[in-house]
Design a protein around this ligand. Structure first.
Ligand code: THU
Length: 133
């Protein structure tokens, strides 16, 4: 699947966003080796710290459908931003745990911008299970 197609799935997922407080809708899509795609959107709460981001919801969605880290090949996210939408710090940490290092990350927006990156670029020196030893 091309980056453009995965970003368009993220844009589709964005329609499911529950964001009455920020009015900032984000969508994400996780692509698996078998071609399956799992969507996520941000879900907010009146108790603001409980808001959940689109990327994490998409990754957890894939997990809850039985997908393992090694099954995942790419993640796309999109929002109505000027440039490609960048994942927040919390999502970078979760991505570094759940998405393989070599997986592609496509940051998109509604205007067709797509920037390809990976978790090593987004979160160098990440805290990981190795630090717990
Ligand atoms: N948001 C995401 O869904 N992903 C990110 O990486 C950045 C922020 C959401 C959280 C909140 O619902 C809204 O965008 C504004 O921060």
């Amino acid at each position: 699947m091309e980056s453009k197609e995965l970003v368009s799935k993220a844009i589709e997922a964005r329609k499911l966003s529950y964001s009455p407080y920020s009015h900032f809708a984000v969508g994400a899509a996780v692509l698996c080796k078998d071609g399956s795609v799992y969507l996520g959107a941000n879900v907010e709460n009146s108790a603001y710290p409980l808001c959940m981001c689109a990327e994490r919801n998409a990754l957890y969605h894939a997990m809850m459908e039985g997908k393992k880290k090694e099954d995942l090949v790419a993640l796309a996210l999109a929002a109505d931003t000027d440039g490609p939408c960048s994942p927040c710090g919390a999502c970078r940490q979760v991505i570094s745990e759940l998405l393989p290092k070599e997986a592609k990350i496509y940051m998109g927006n509604l205007k067709g911008a797509i920037q390809e990156t990976n978790i090593s670029e987004l979160l160098p020196f990440a805290f990981s299970e190795d630090d717990l030893k």
